[in-house]
Design a protein around this ligand. Sequence first.
Ligand code: ADP
Ligand code: MG
Length: 395
Amino acid sequence: LQFRVQIAAQQPPARGTLLAHCFVSDTQGTKYVSGTALEKEYRDLVENANVVMLRWTPDGKITFVNEFGLKLFGYSERELVGQHVVGSIVPETDSSGRELSPLIQGICSDPHKFEHHINENMCRNGERIWISWTNRLVPDAKSGIKEILSVGSEITERLKEMERLKSIFIASMSHELLTPLNSIIGFTGMTLQGLSGDLNEEQRDNLSRSYQASKHLLSLITDVMDISKIEAGRVEAVPEEFGLIEVVDDAFDTVRSEIREKGLRLTADIPENLRIRTDRRRLLQCLINLLTNAVKFTERGGVHVSSSEVDGQLEISVSDTGIGIAEEDVPKLFEPFERLESHLRIKAGGTGLGLYLTKKLVTDILRGAVKVRSKVGEGSTFIIRIPKALQGAQP
Ligand SMILES: Nc1ncnc2c1ncn2[C@@H]1O[C@H](COP(=O)(O)OP(=O)(O)O)[C@@H](O)[C@H]1O
Ligand SMILES: [Mg+2]
């Protein structure tokens, strides 16, 4: 019996390593056996399983990404292999502003700590996605690290759903806290007014502290409740048409007494006939937040509100002549619970949630944006830019 054995090396049609084919046939040339069948099966599995498979070197260079990963991140193999992970599939900074290079170094130096790790990643079009990774080291011959093998599944939707459930929970819990808190505030207030008899000085002092603390708690809870409702997608814009000056006037009413106490000026430059269509209550809430800040952080001069139209959008500016904000602090402003160090901070109460909530309201509900211009010692201007006419209820 005679066989013909033919061995051939071939560049595979798609991608991957060089394939060796082995053809075995009898003299009539009828039998055909390929040694690559098993390899092909495994290759298909690696390329198309619903997980990202990634190999990268300890200095951060990508050496392999499977087909599924390429599709997910939106790259071709040529564009991604050889790139550093940071700047390609790992953003330089995550959405909270944290630098991610140290994290990547951490994975290389102590992979056990990062064996399972949830990470913010980035697609080619800039979209952020969350991936749950398992990292394993591939050792080299000299007991060093040859490569890191990372296998990841995308969990963005699952995380969003968890966030939403968390927000729903917080929103309903905060609501439950309000009933007992209102009773504490009510009865403390009544007792302070002397409705249950005279108080000595110490009792009055202690009760005043409880009263102030419960008021502070109330503002924390209402802010947290508002934020959670927005995050849970439970707040819908209710657009209506009204004159801008009316809302600004309503907002002024809430700060007039403090303006008077501090001897500040309060002025507005808004056309009488300027009418807009947006969520009045939410816009008022934003203006009150900005105005209370402006008054709180200003000791001399005044607060001025003006409006202008830019590219069919409306800009409302709240300027003060207060302590101002250092440039490096500006990114912190809109973070929850951030309150900048200043001599006024102790004296001026607050929760650190006002600007965070304002930004959420402006972007998510009023479909606009907030920006700040400020100089330390000279004052700050917060600008809300929103559409002049907000379209119907949000989807
Ligand atoms: N107009 C302003 N001038 C100076 N600093 C400001 C101004 N508005 C806000 N800030 C700073 O930003 C921080 C966050 O503001 P905010 O979120 O409203 O919290 P809160 O008013 O409860 O402190 C303030 O604590 C303050 O340090
Ligand atoms: Mg505030």
